[in-house]
Design a protein around this ligand. Structure first.
Ligand code: GTP
Ligand code: MG
Length: 369
């Protein structure tokens, strides 16, 4: 697992990298100066030169509490996280807008509404967390890494347009991730709207409505005329109930980046969707290649929080750089650990890049011959 770069090992032993490489070749190990060898090989080669290698290797795993280790009795119900997907202009943002406007408790607002790409709403039947379209990117990035943040997808399909390219894409994404889909047939107020046509087209893609013997839930809505919105939310919550979503709030916080940006005044800020545990102001954390200490936590209403628990989307300040959508956010013991993990990851990243460069140069060299 642990490895050391040839250049670094040679430097530490005070010998030329070339000599080290020569010895390695003697052992049958082919490596270039920028490549790494494992600790055992390093120990053998160092012994050749009269050195002892002491393993003070560092495994970040020791410092990261795994997400899935929670005991059943520590788990508490949590709200569903729902991603809204669909073709361009089919009404994703409009739908989310009406949902938010009709379910934001007045008085809760602490000022200007933030754009954090993720929203928490309270309906009479329960709480729901929504990821807006920018969530698309994060969704894909997280799926690529095997992480699951979305419990449900609302697939928005315009009743006057039907199934289009990105509708199909969204279906494929959701199926690949094993996430159930609730269909919102939108724009039913429009002339030429044909919700049944949408049903037929989706049925061809395996999304067969319940009334036709399938198991996909459909809701006819109009974001513009505010028709069917509460029914849609109820269906989403019903579907979520079946999933029995739970998380342990009493552990170090872990989550994923939904989106991140560089803010002029506040530095790197990111929307973090907490998945388990609770994050607190002052907590040290790692996130992708970055580290930091939580300087501020804001909710989707721009309100300052001291802490945030499972399924909460919050804006976090205190990053030492801008993370990527989909990066894992993990609270660790202290800043020293956070820095160590980040340094170790940056080192590995640099190695990978150098290895790529070396290969590239070699490829070019071979191609030129
Ligand atoms: P992108 O983010 O660009 O992919 O689009 P979107 O899916 O978020 O669609 P958006 O909410 O921006 O809506 C696109 C257009 O459709 C806007 O002009 C909306 O006013 C209109 N629209 C959305 N919902 C409805 C609806 O229920 N009825 C009617 N008539 N128009 C709607
Ligand atoms: Mg939109």
């Amino acid at each position: 697992d642990e490895a050391i770069r040839i250049a670094d090992l040679a430097q530490q032993m005070g010998i030329k990298a070339q000599d080290l490489i020569k010895n390695l070749i003697g052992m049958g190990v082919m490596a270039t100066i920028n490549q790494s060898i494992d600790a055992d090989t390093a120990a053998i080669i160092a012994a050749d030169f009269g050195y002892d290698v002491e393993k003070i290797g560092f495994s970040e795993k020791e410092f990261l509490a795994p997400v899935h280790e929670d005991k059943e009795e520590d788990l508490r119900p949590r709200p569903p996280v729902v991603t809204i997907m669909g073709h361009v202009d089919h009404g994703k943002t409009s739908l989310l807008d009406v949902i938010r406007k009709s379910h934001i408790t007045s008085g809760e607002a602490g000022g200007i509404t933030q754009h954090i790409g993720a929203y928490h709403v309270t309906t009479p039947r329960g709480e729901i967390v929504f990821l807006d379209t920018p969530g698309h990117e994060a969704f894909t990035a997280m799926r690529a890494r095997g992480a699951q943040v979305t419990d449900l997808v609302i697939l928005v399909v315009a009743a006057d347009d039907g199934v289009m390219d990105q509708t199909r894409e969204a279906i494929n994404h959701s199926k690949a991730a094993g996430v159930p889909i609730v269909v919102a047939v939108n724009k039913i107020d429009k002339e030429g709207a044909d919700p049944d046509r949408v049903k037929r087209e989706l049925a061809e893609h395996g999304l067969v409505p319940e009334e036709w013997g399938g198991d996909t839930i459909f809701a006819n809505v109009s974001a513009k005329k505010k028709i069917g919105i509460d029914e849609l939310l109820e269906l989403v919550l019903l579907q979520a109930e079946v999933l029995e979503l739970k998380a342990n709030p009493n552990r170090r916080g872990v989550g994923h980046i939904v989106e991140a940006r560089l803010d002029k005044g506040r530095g790197a800020v990111a929307t973090v969707l907490i998945q388990a545990g609770t994050i607190h102001k002052g907590d040290a954390f790692t996130c992708g290649l970055h580290a930091g200490k939580i300087r501020a936590i804001l909710n989707d209403q721009g309100k300052m929080l001291k802490e945030a628990g499972p399924a909460m989307p919050v804006e976090v300040q205190g990053f030492d750089g801008v993370p990527d959508a989909g990066d894992e956010f993990v609270v660790v013991a202290d800043e020293k650990v956070a820095r160590k993990i980040s340094d170790s990851r940056k080192g590995k990243q640099r190695e990978k890049e150098l290895a790529k460069e070396t290969k590239f140069t070699l490829d070019k060299f071979l191609a030129a011959k």
